[in-house]
Design a protein around this ligand. Structure first.
Ligand code: NAP
Ligand code: HSE
Length: 435
C-alpha cells in the first residue's frame, strides 16, 4: 500500500518535488512506495512542465488537507495565508506535514509545532533553510550531542549574488540589483531578500534547533544590504575582508549565571576575514558554519535554492516520515529526533550588549587634530582601536577609516554619538560589524 501525498503548490519547488516522486528509479527504494494523490494550485489552465496523472489537480486546497486518503501534506505554495491555515488544518486532520515555507515557520512555528505535538504528527522543514543543503536534520540528529556555540551562515542567495557582483565588478548596489532583477536572480520586489528578512526567518529557525528553544522573530536584529557601497567593498578588500550578509546565532559571551541562555540572533552585512571559510562563498550559493563542543567547526555548503536542490530536501523529508511510519511509528509516540519538543522561548541579548569588532568610515574636515579627537572620543567610551587610517579625500573632505578591537556595541554607539557632535565631522557614511 502506497503512502499518499497531498501537494499544495506546483510552482518551482512543487514541480521539482513531483519530478522526483514520479521518477523514483535509481533513488532510494522507499520512493517507490510514495504516490502523489492530489495537487493543489491556483490556476488549472496554466501549462505545467510535469506530467501528472489525470484528474489530480484541484483548486480546492481544503479538500486535500481533509482528504482521508492523504498521509502527508506537502506545503510548497509559499506566503503566510492560506498556507498557515492549511498546515494547521492538515495537522488537525492527522496528516504529517512537509513544508519549505520559512516565513510561516519563523512566524507561526510555536502554534504549528504545539498543534503537531498534540495531534501526534510530524512537521518537517529541511527545505526551509539552505534549499538543498542538509542542515536541519544534521542539527537535530548528527550534531545533536554537541553544545552548540554558534551558527553563522550565508543563507540568502540573492544578496550573496549581489554582494559578489559588487565585489568583482566594483559596482554600486542599485545598479547590480537592477541587473540581477533583469536576469531573474532577484525578485521584482526584492525587499524580503535585500532587507535581510528572509535571512532573519532562516536564522530564527536554525537558532531554535541549535539552542533548543523557540525564537521570537521580533527579537532577531535585522539589517539588509541596501547601505553597502562600492567604497566599503573596496576598503574591505584593502583591509583583508569581504562583505557578506551573515545570519548569526551565538551564545552570548556576556551570558551570566542569571541569564545563561542569552543568545545573539542577528542578520547584518559583516566584514568577514578572507581566511574565514564563509569568505569564499560566492554567487547564489549558501553555506552554514556550525561551531560546537566537542565537534569544533563544521561547514555545510551548497545550492540554497532552485527547483532540483529544494525538491531534494522536500522529498528527503517525505522519505523520513514514510520510513518512520513504515517501521511502526505510532502517531501518539513521535520519534524524538524528528519532532520538535522544546516549549520555552530563548532569551535574546539586546544588541547593545553584543561584543564585536567594528569598521567605521568617517568624512571629516581636513583640520589638524581630527584623528586625535576621534581617538579621544572612542577612548572616552572604552572603545579600543585596532587601526585608524586617513586614506584619501572626497572633494574637500578627508576620509578616515577605523577598525576597533572587540567592544561592547552600546559603548561604540555612545562614542559615535559624541563623534557626530564634533565640529570636524561631516558624516559617518558606514558602520559595519567585523566577524
Ligand atoms: P512558486 O513557484 O510561486 O509556486 C507556488 C505554487 O503554489 C504555484 O503552483 C501556485 O499555483 C500555488 N499557489 C500559491 N498560492 C496559492 C493559493 N492561494 N491557492 C492555490 N494555489 C496556490 O513558489 P516556489 O518558488 O515553488 O516556493 C514555494 C515555497 O518554497 C515558498 O515557501 C518558498 O519560500 C519556498 N522555497 C522556495 C525555494 C525556491 O528556490 N524557489 C527555495 C527554498 C524554499 P499556480 O501554479 O496555479 O500559480
Ligand atoms: N529568496 C531566497 C534566496 C531563496 O535568495 O536565497 C529561497 O529561500
Amino acid at each position: 500500500m502506497a503512502f499518499k501525498i497531498g501537494l499544495l503548490g506546483l510552482g518551482t519547488v512543487g514541480t521539482g518535488t513531483a519530478q522526483i516522486l514520479l521518477n523514483p528509479q535509481g533513488r532510494h527504494p522507499l520512493l517507490q512506495e510514495i504516490e502523489i494523490h492530489r495537487v493543489g494550485v491556483r490556476d488549472l489552465d496554466k501549462s505545467r512542465s510535469v506530467q501528472l496523472p489525470d484528474g489530480i489537480l484541484t483548486t480546492y486546497l481544503e479538500e486535500i488537507v481533509n482528504d482521508p486518503e492523504v498521509d502527508i501534506v506537502v506545503e510548497v505554495m509559499g506566503g503566510l495565508e492560506p498556507a498557515r491555515t492549511l498546515i494547521l488544518k492538515a495537522i488537525s486532520s492527522g496528516k504529517h506535514v512537509v513544508t519549505a515555507n520559512k516565513a510561516v515557520i519563523a512566524r507561526y512555528g510555536d502554534e504549528i509545532f504545539t498543534a503537531a505535538n498534540q495531534a501526534g504528527v510530524y512537521v518537517m522543514l529541511e527545505a526551509a533553510v539552505g534549499g538543498g543543503i542538509p542542515v536541519i536534520q544534521p542539527l537535530k540528529q548528527s550534531l545533536g550531542v554537541n553544545r552548540i556555540h554558534a551558527v553563522t551562515g550565508i543563507v540568502n542567495g540573492t544578496t550573496n549574488y549581489i554582494l559578489t557582483r559588487m565585489q568583482t565588478e566594483k559596482g554600486e548596489f542599485a545598479d547590480i540589483l537592477a541587473d540581477a532583477q533583469q536576469l531573474g536572480y532577484a525578485e521584482a520586489d526584492p525587499s524580503a531578500d535585500v532587507d535581510g528578512l528572509d535571512a532573519a526567518d532562516k536564522i530564527a529557525i536554525l537558532a531554535s534547533l541549535a539552542f533548543g528553544g523557540r525564537i521570537k522573530l521580533s527579537d532577531v536584529y535585522c539589517e539588509g544590504i541596501r547601505g553597502v557601497s562600492a567604497t566599503d567593498i573596496a576598503y574591505a578588500e584593502k583591509l583583508g575582508f569581504v562583505i557578506k550578509l551573515l545570519a548569526i546565532a551565538k551564545q552570548d559571551r556576556q551570558a551570566t549565571a542569571k541569564a545563561p541562555e542569552a543568545l545573539q540572533v542577528r542578520v547584518h552585512p559583516t566584514m568577514v576575514p578572507l581566511a574565514h571559510p564563509l569568505a569564499s562563498i560566492s554567487g547564489v550559493y549558501n553555506a552554514i558554519v556550525v561551531e560546537g563542543e566537542p565537534i569544533g567547526q563544521v561547514m555545510f555548503f551548497g545550492p540554497g535554492a532552485g527547483m532540483g536542490p529544494t525538491a531534494s530536501a522536500v522529498v528527503s523529508d517525505i522519505m523520513n516520515v514514510v520510513a518512520v511510519l513504515k517501521s511502526g511509528g505510532q502517531p501518539a509516540k513521535l520519534h524524538p529526533l524528528l519532532s520538535c519538543s522544546h516549549q520555552h522561548y530563548c532569551t535574546i541579548a539586546p544588541m547593545q550588549e553584543l561584543v564585536t569588532r567594528f569598521y567605521a568610515r568617517f568624512l571629516t574636515y581636513d583640520r589638524p587634530g581630527v584623528i586625535g579627537k576621534l581617538g579621544t572620543s572612542f577612548g572616552n567610551h572604552h572603545v579600543s582601536l585596532e587601526s585608524i587610517v586617513q586614506t584619501g579625500f572626497h572633494g574637500t573632505l578627508a576620509e578616515i577609516v577605523v577598525v576597533t578591537h572587540d567592544v561592547r556595541e552600546g559603548n561604540f554607539r555612545q562614542a559615535l554619538d559624541e563623534i557626530r557632535s564634533l565640529d570636524a565631522i561631516d558624516s559617518i557614511p558606514s558602520i559595519l560589524r567585523v566577524l
